[in-house]
Design a protein around this ligand. Structure first.
Ligand code: F0G
Length: 473
């Protein structure tokens, strides 16, 4: 039996800068350390929390899944993010996601059968992994009595915050998006769920800087991933992966990198699981940027930026951003979810690389869209940014970093229906659509397209187009 004891003082916020390490109460609303400006973690005094001695104990909660907290794929693991009381946790049924072994895709990635797993986070209520984090951020917002919440978003964070605000009614929400860069599936969600939606003339980096400024000056609760509570919820993606693999830690986790919140949360999850003795080893982490938004890849691989035992070389980051500003450089990729040049969780992501002996790579839009089509043809599909994980796997296989027998989990962060325009543009074979949507981004080939066949409304013409023998081949 697991204890339902409340441990309010067992959690606190803590600065990640090893020269500072200041701590703050969980009741405070902070998105950076007031002392030194670094990012904050939610930390725990594990001695005061009744953490079960094996991960299997969390799985056993399925038998009591009529309790909403046991049904939630986030709060089922509540001892591992015990920053609130049971009666404060917010859930809308997030985290009912699947790990699917996919041998056909494995073969296409030059992996052995039985080695490749896809974690479908698009199966969350708003269709992306963000709901894991938003369950936790909404909980904290409720704890501190926030009446208005806000986020900047490339689309999924806004859809997620909007659904939590709309379904629970605990707070109102404001979402800020850049102009023209948000996929329609996501914009439609924010509008439909009733979020006050502000389209800023600028891109995501502009929108995030602006919303941070506004939240600092007004009583508005910020739900972007600089909010340390959000990342606590995203740790549970890793717990569910381990649960699905029966505790057998994979060799690699591959995840797209945008604002670098997810990979940071994964690193923290494994750091804590190892500290608690709940895993016997830590997987390697591969973070995949889109080449047109490749800040992390450039900083780590070109400029040798590292965690450096908790003292990352901040001058390297400053120089890089100054250079971006000087050139007026903007992130640009068809994987609009990760079209970000100034990732706010950069230093936490460096820590995750250090914890997980990780690597960073960048892939082109061509590679992303081809990978996306392969996932669609062999699995449940995903949105473009999510396919960066499979594109990254193909790259890491081709360069010999990942072996064909390694066990690999690719995180598919968002649902196939999030960005239908781009999917149809890829498959359609319509020259105008290609010229408008794909070619400007350097996507010249649509090798895995499955175009619709246009035909007159006539039986024999239709049968000819159906071409039964061809389908059966
Ligand atoms: N995949 C999808 C589908 C996303 O929506 C995002 C981020 C990422 C990957 C990258 O994750 O930021 O944790 O590195 N989307 C944010 C948004 C930025 O506003 O929805 P990250």
């Amino acid at each position: 039996m697991m204890s339902a004891t409340v441990h309010m003082n067992s959690a606190f916020q803590q600065c990640i800068n090893l020269d500072c390490r200041a701590t703050y109460d969980v009741g405070q609303v902070l998105t950076s350390c007031p002392g030194c400006g670094s990012l904050l973690d939610v930390s725990y005094d594990w001695n005061r929390i009744a953490v079960p001695s094996s991960l299997g104990a969390f799985r056993d909660r399925w038998s009591s899944r009529r309790n909403p907290l046991d049904f939630s794929g986030v709060w089922r693991f509540r001892e591992l993010l015990r920053f609130a009381r049971d009666d404060q946790f917010v859930t809308i049924g997030e985290g009912q996601t699947l790990l699917q072994q996919n041998d056909r895709l494995a073969t296409l990635c030059r992996m052995k059968p039985g080695t490749l797993f896809l974690q479908y986070e698009g199966l969350n209520p708003s269709g992306s992994f963000k709901d894991n984090g938003m369950a936790a951020a909404s909980t904290h917002a409720r704890m501190v009595g926030a009446a208005i919440t806000a986020c900047a978003s490339t689309g999924n964070t806004s859809a997620s915050l909007a659904i939590y605000a709309g379904v629970t009614g605990y707070f109102r929400c404001l979402v800020f998006v850049g102009s023209g860069r948000i996929a329609y599936g996501k914009l439609s969600q924010a509008l439909d769920y009733g979020a006050r939606t502000i389209q800023i003339r600028g891109d995501f980096d502009d929108a995030l800087a602006r919303v941070r400024q506004i939240c600092e000056k007004h009583p508005i609760y910020l739900c972007n991933s600089v909010n340390p509570f959000r990342l606590e919820g995203q740790k549970t993606i890793m717990y569910r992966v381990l649960e699905a693999l029966d505790g057998d830690v994979p060799d690699w986790i591959i995840v797209p990198g945008g604002n670098l919140g997810n990979c940071s949360a994964f690193g923290k999850a494994f750091l804590e699981l190892a500290q608690l003795g709940l895993v016997d080893r830590i997987p390697r982490l591969a973070v995949i940027n889109a080449a047109g938004a490749g800040t992390f890849d450039q900083l780590v691989n070109r400029d040798s930026l590292s965690w450096n035992d908790g003292r990352p070389q901040t001058d390297i980051i400053g120089d890089y951003y100054a250079e971006l500003d000087r050139r007026g450089a903007r992130a640009t990729t068809l994987a609009s979810a990760i079209e970000i040049n100034q990732p706010v969780n950069l230093t936490k992501a460096l820590r995750a690389l250090s914890v997980c002996n990780g690597v960073v790579r960048a892939v082109s839009d061509q590679e992303i869209l081809d990978a996306r089509a392969l996932i669609g043809a062999n699995g449940f599909g995903c949105e473009p940014a999510s396919a960066a994980s499979i594109a990254g796997l193909r790259l890491l296989r081709n360069t010999g970093v990942i072996a064909e027998t390694d066990r690999v989990v690719c995180i598919l962060t968002g649902h196939q229906l999030k960005d239908p325009d781009l999917t149809v543009a890829y498959h359609s074979g319509d020259a105008d659509l290609h010229a408008k949507k794909l070619r400007p981004a350097g996507v010249l080939s649509t090798a895995f397209a499955n175009p619709p066949v246009v035909v007159d409304n006539d039986e024999s013409a239709i049968l000819e187009a159906v071409d039964l023998p061809a389908i059966m081949r």
